[in-house]
Design a binder for this molecule. Sequence first.
Ligand code: ADP
Ligand code: MG
Length: 302
Amino acid sequence: MKTLIALGGNAIQRKGEEGSVENQWKNIRKAVSIISEAIKNNSLVITHGNGPQVGYIAAALQESNLGNIVTLDIADAMTQGWIGYMLQHCFHSLNKNAITIPTRVAVLKNDPAFSRPTKFVGKYYSKEEAEVLSKTFGWVFKQDPRGGYRRVVPSPMPIDILEIDIIKKLLEEKYIVIAVGGGGIPVVKENGKYSPVEAVIDKDLASSLLARKINADRFIILTDVNGVALNYGKENEEWIEKIRVKELRELYNKKMFPEGSMGPKVLSAIKFVESTRKYAVIGNLDDAVNVIEGNSGTMVIP
Ligand code: ADP
Ligand code: MG
């Protein structure tokens, strides 16, 4: 049984909690411990988000007056090292061999996302702060529905995973592989050569692509809500327990799920189930054991 688990931001930093190193270790240790319990000795690939962290790094280094020493692709790579290392370390503490692969993910140069940044990164600013940063660094800001102003960056569609062969080999060698962190380091192919590009790929969409490429038996997305709801946050809110992929595709096409949060998770699950005819689950990290077993969350079936 081969499982791919995509970890949401709450595996690293909880909403409303200070993002201290102690809290990061506490959250990551807890996530790794529940996942280990659920997976036992089965084959496992872990992916993770980087929305807050990639923005922290880019902002800290660009505001540091050190000169132009970091671009978004480098910041993406740094978050793979940061979070990958912490996950790897926590698995090792449980006597499990885990390895982090800095992963490049190909996107299309002419992806419309490059002229329409949507992905929120980094911290929250006031309107005035946002205006200053926008003038100084040319960053684009948007009001985050969760409050305040945040930088937005392009989030192009992942189309290929450059380190796929080594990921497969390490899985065969029984390693837990941590890959496509933060959606991967974006690169574009031109005249047969890859070059880096500034973007932050959606981690759920990159995870779905990786799950298909490794022939995963199940694709699990762990986040901070109990699954997918219809009319989320409204009076007539209704949580979905199990749904056929065809039906979910229809709801997705009707734009029932917001961009940048539940939308890409739903699309990622759909793409995996449509192409593999296996199942995907979107559920709560705090109930991971049941979610992985398919007894909690929203299960998407062929
Ligand atoms: P992650 O860090 O795990 O990727 P996101 O914040 O990107 O988490 O997405 C999860 C969030 O999606 C939830 O906290 C919830 O507020 C929001 N959300 C939006 N629409 C829905 C929906 N229809 N059903 C469930 N959650 C939804
Ligand atoms: Mg997300």
